[in-house]
Design a binder for this molecule. Sequence first.
Ligand code: SAM
Length: 236
Amino acid sequence: MPSYQLQVVGYVRSPYKQKFAIPRQPGLIAEAKAELVLEKGYDDDAMVRGIEAFSHLWLVFVFHETADKGWSPLVRPPRLGGNAKKGVFATRATFRPNPVGLSVVKLEGVLRRQGRLVLQLSGVDLLDGTPILDIKPYLPYADALPDASGGFADSAPETDMTVSFSEQADAFCQRQQQVPELRLLIEKVLKQDPRPQYKKQRSDTQSYGMTLYHFNIKWTVNGGHNHVTEISLQPD
Ligand code: SAM
């Protein structure tokens, strides 16, 4: 079988430091801001000339975190409760014959920092450090298909989870100034209920943790409610 060698054109710097808590698709959490830093050889102003005229971009990327974990012809989409099986090509699962993903993201700006060309993005569903293989402009006339059928994922996932913050967590969000949208980002991430599917089926009162940017966030779940108990700076 022929194989092709591809090159990484850049890496994503994203608030999501672990797979847990990343939305299942892009565009669900606008506050998830990220940067795509182009690699040497591709950080050429000529290569992005005209890109600012597009509001959104397609990113073709490698599921680098799980690329060596193999794949199966049948997968259990979380959307179906983790029980029903669908063909890998009928899903957007991360475990695929070629570990390649596709996300449409908002282009917020283009700048140069410390000599490197940076695309500022939002609405990402990408892990920090995700390698990017290609960037293409999103073309509404060809890519937006309002009459298309979405199969088992016909609409954005919704939960009725609520979120509250402890005094400490609330004060932490207000005090830190590096990420103005931190509180809203945490709220939106928790509202989508990132717990593994099997945990959602029973009322659990377990504590959970995640890292967004360089903040460690702890919360508890009680029925349909998330309570953010503590936020701290990640130790260096
Ligand atoms: N929009 C893409 C697509 O359809 O190809 C990704 C969909 S996939 C279901 C989204 C999940 O991929 C996220 O929730 C996160 O857990 C996982 N993910 C994101 N970046 C990743 C990476 N670099 N390596 C492995 N998994 C990743």
